[in-house]
Structure formats: structure tokens, C-alpha cells
Design a protein around this ligand. Sequence first.
Ligand SMILES: [Zn+2]
Length: 125
Amino acid sequence: MPTADTQTIYVNADDKPTREGVLHFTRFSSGDRMTRSLKVLSGCWFAAGVTVFIPIAHFILVPGFLIAGPVMAYFRYRVDRANENVAVQCPVCDESVTIEMEAADRLPLYTYCPKCNNSLQVAEN
Ligand SMILES: [Zn+2]
């Protein structure tokens, strides 16, 4: 079962003092990763089965989905955590902000403050 977890991170902005923040993410166990990858694999192969009935396009779609299934399942299996957001006090505007992250974002991350729109660097240390 995926578990929510947190990690201390640091947020920099050019010449401003570094602020400590909290990264919220979801951690996937080995079983979760296998389940997620099998869902992707079955979805792609199901799409391959459905596209068999589309004339002409099935020459491209069926082999495409059959090949994409294991490839996408492999990449999905490699994902052991999904980043959600960073809660921090902005070093520039001193407001408490929540910076939303994409699941695949990796640190260090260069982003913008949602309040003052200044550039920020989110790093692990
Ligand atoms: Zn700000």
C-alpha cells in the first residue's frame, strides 16, 4: 500500500537566506510498484486488443501498443516515489507557500514562488 511520507528540503533564492521546508511525497513498496506496472501493461495490451478492429490503423496501433506495454511497465516499475508538494516559507516574500510538484520531478528543482513569482531552487541539502 502506498504510504505518505515527508522529507526536509531546502529552498534557495539568489542572495536570500536559505529556508527549510517540507517535501510531501508518496512512497511505493515493491508490491505497489509491481501492481502499478501490471496495470499499465494490461491497459496497453487491452488497447492493442481493441484496436485490432480498426481497419488500416491496426497495422500501426496493435504493434505499437504491444511494444509500448512492456516499455511503459518497466518505466512505471522504476518509480519508487511520487512527489506531491513542498510546504515552505518563501525566502523572498516571507509568505507560507505550497509549491505543487509533478510526480516525476527530481531534486534539485528550479521553480517559481506561487505568491511573488520569484525563482526558487528546491534542493535536498
Ligand atoms: Zn515568494
